[in-house]
Ligand binder design. Structure first.
Ligand SMILES: Nc1ncnc2c1ncn2[C@@H]1O[C@H](COP(=O)(O)OP(=O)(O)OP(=O)(O)O)[C@@H](O)[C@H]1O
Ligand SMILES: [Mg+2]
Length: 378
């Protein structure tokens, strides 16, 4: 796809949030969130419902003011700046298009707002453009509509579009100004699965072209893992970890991240470090050495287990055939244990399997990840 020249050489900005705090009444909703989004970076914000994702987005957009903390865009402190003075574009789940305007006119709204002089913007004189201004706006609209597949729809009104088409019009309208910061709050939530995948690709493509610092809120982990440069995992108004997808998946910094990411999630098993540092699981040495002592939690992904001659004997409660794998529900050390096995594996309920595991992470009593000093093979 050709790169529209109006985006070329554009100076883009990073977004910096420092210790953002916000409460509604006596309820703290954001408890000191700090993060930095580099220019051109795509950060997905993941977290359970009510953890403060939308509130954070609204603070960046300027619709909400934080109780404390600082928002910096392109090196400028905008914490108290008006939304219109921030160069932030947003697409929210409940995108609102102007029903009486055509697709082209909807996309052009941010452009016309910017190009109108103060006099033209006066209520009785609105809509007065020179021919040259009109041509410029039309060219910008055409350029953004093309990659989003909206060219044939430019003369329709929102009521004559499907949900997915409307969503794309909202996207086009948000990025047509080439914003410095691009905020998307669950923009795909009302699309069907196929359209979601297609629009996901378009968003990544638009992001690449616009080069804005992007924050993308989603409930969908697969979306976050596939689209983002880094994932910000939030819970209860706190940012638990901000790292690339593989780092979040393989090395969760916090037991709450481990328990949230992955489907099915990571197994979290009660274990214990002996006086010599050997991590014991259900009375057996794991071969993992730590500096910690005493009780800890061993995190093992369901796919890290494999059948072995010696290892842990687990009893199968039931199995689920998933097509590409079989999920075995078992238990070990009094905790539920899920194993992802080959699809061909047929385990009958009540059967005992002997398994070992390839990778694991350790968490201390405070829930933070512990280092593994050495992994000896038993
Ligand atoms: N204006 C408000 N007044 C009072 N409480 C609010 C207000 N806005 C949000 N909250 C509360 O703040 C918390 C965080 O809300 P927020 O919308 O940021 O969550 P979220 O992470 O976006 O959730 P979801 O995934 O469901 O969209 C919720 O408990 C919500 O009820
Ligand atoms: Mg929300």
């Amino acid at each position: 796809m050709p790169r529209p020249d109006r985006f070329e050489g554009m100076q883009v900005a990073g977004l910096i949030l420092e210790d953002i705090r916000k409460g509604f009444g006596s309820t703290p909703v954001l408890k000191g969130v700090s993060l930095r989004v580099e220019p051109g970076e795509f950060v997905a914000v993941l977290g359970p419902s009510g953890c403060g994702k939308s509130t954070l987005m609204r603070i960046v957009a300027g619709i909400e003011t934080p109780d404390a903390g600082r928002v910096t865009i392109q090196g400028r402190d905008v914490t108290r700046a008006h939304p219109g003075a921030r160069d932030v574009a947003m697409v929210f789940q409940s995108y609102a298009l102007y029903p009486h305007l055509t697709v082209a006119e909807n996309i052009a709204v941010p452009l016309t707002m910017r190009r109108l002089s103060a006099i033209q913007r006066a209520p009785f004189l609105g809509g007065l453009f020179s021919a040259e201004q009109r041509r410029g706006i039309a060219a910008d609209v055409a350029r953004i509509a093309e990659p989003l597949g909206l060219t044939p729809l430019l003369h329709r009104r929102p009521g004559q579009l499907s949900g997915g088409q409307r969503q794309r019009v909202a996207l086009a309208r948000a990025v047509v100004r080439a914003p410095h910061v691009f905020l998307l709050d669950e923009p795909l939530s009302n699309l069907d699965a196929a359209l979601r995948v297609a629009t996901r690709r378009e968003i990544v493509e638009i992001h690449r072209r616009v080069g804005a610092a992007t924050l993308y809120v989603t409930h969908d982990q697969a979306e976050a893992l596939t689209m983002a440069d880094r994932i910000a995992v939030m819970q209860g108004g706190e940012l638990l970890q901000l790292a690339p997808p593989a780092e979040i998946y393989d090395n969760p910094a916090d037991i709450r991240v481990a328990g949230f990411i992955g489907s099915p999630r990571m197994n979290l098993l009660p274990a214990e470090a002996r006086d010599d540092g050997m991590v014991m699981l259900a009375g057996r040495a794991t071969g993992l050495l730590t500096r910690a002592r005493g009780p800890l939690t061993l995190g093992i992904r369901p796919e890290a287990f494999f059948p072995a001659a010696t290892g842990w004997a687990v009893r199968v409660a039931h199995s689920e055939y998933l097509g590409e794998a079989t999920l075995l529900h078992t238990s070990l050390a009094g905790a539920e244990l899920l194993l992802r096995a080959e699809p061909g594996l047929r385990a009958t309920p009540g059967e005992t399997l002997v398994v070992d595991f390839a990778r694991a992470v350790l968490f201390g009593a405070d829930g933070r990840r512990l280092g593994i000093e050495a992994a000896q093979h038993a």
